[in-house]
Ligand binder design. Structure first.
Ligand SMILES: Nc1ncnc2c1ncn2[C@@H]1O[C@H](COP(=O)(O)OP(=O)(O)O)[C@@H](O)[C@H]1O
Ligand SMILES: [Mg+2]
Length: 255
């Protein structure tokens, strides 16, 4: 279903602070349906802060303050009457370190749907199989669903975390350096998975790895010291960066 809004997520003049320190400076960008946007930039430039603004995870930090707007299908997610619980249902997140819950593989997947009030066991089983298939993990774990998730390898744990994020069927998936803690083979599997998932999700992928950003993304944002230096189709940025700082980053001279 296509919405009436031009873009799924729009960020307008976002500024954020932790205490006195300004982290993001006047960020304006948008994220389309069925696409992967890479947010790249050196460590400490504000990539995670930008990502965490989209599901309001920064709100958990007492010293956090922001101005500007983030619109999700035309609704400001920071409006006084915005429902953060509903927001988090629409925005799934995968972190840098795989963080399965200390419970079985099956329970990791059913946890979210149960929390949202689903208790029908057939339906829960269907979600377990469906999301594990989507995360390209089903064949490896289908006979061990009652085993502890923490017994899986790092790469399998990360695919489980992706399956867990998909279990409540959010249209948006935020991924914060999801492969940087993994070996190259596991990382490649997850990159493939991102490319398969993108037709059904709005994916925002934070990475400090330029080659990865170029391989998997349709649009890319380059953040530097809290500023959005460049934001465009990935192909254009890869072929002809406009800003010297972007060029320095993609050629490995900074970062
Ligand atoms: N919870 C926090 N409290 C205070 N400062 C923070 C917090 N999280 C991040 N920062 C600061 O914000 C800046 C940007 O961090 P971050 O968004 O994590 O960068 P990146 O993901 O690009 O490495 C850094 O200077 C970092 O120290
Ligand atoms: Mg980060």
């Amino acid at each position: 279903m296509k919405s009436d809004y031009e873009y799924h997520i729009e960020i307008e003049n976002l500024c954020t602070w932790f205490g006195e320190k300004q982290i993001l400076k006047n960020i304006t960008c948008y994220f389309e349906d069925s696409s992967v946007t890479a947010i790249m930039g050196p460590s400490g430039c504000g990539k995670s802060t930008l990502l965490r603004s989209i599901n309001r995870l920064n709100d958990l930090v007492d010293s956090f303050r922001m101005t500007g707007k983030i619109m999700l299908q035309g609704e400001n997610i920071y409006a006084p009457d915005a429902d953060v619980y509903e927001l988090r249902r629409r925005v799934g997140m995968v972190f840098q370190r795989p963080n399965p819950f200390p419970m079985s593989i099956r329970d990791n997947i059913t946890y979210g749907p149960r929390l949202h009030g689903l208790h029908d066991s057939d339906e829960l089983e269907r979600i377990v199989e469906h999301t594990l298939r989507r995360a390209a993990l089903w064949d490896e774990v289908k006979d061990n669903l009652d085993q502890p998730a923490l017994n899986l390898s790092g790469g399998q744990q990360q695919r489980l975390c992706i399956a867990r994020a998909l279990s409540i069927d959010p249209p948006i998936l935020l991924m914060d350096e999801p492969v940087s803690a993994l070996d190259p083979i596991s990382a490649a599997k997850i990159e493939d998975l991102i490319m398969q998932l993108k037709k059904d999700y709005t994916i925002i992928l934070v990475t400090h790895n330029v080659q990865q950003a170029f391989r998997v993304s349709d649009q890319a944002a380059f953040l530097y010291l809290g500023e959005l230096v460049e934001f465009d189709k990935t192909k254009r940025i890869a072929e002809a960066p406009e800003d010297p700082r972007t060029e320095a980053f993609i050629t490995g001279r900074i970062g």
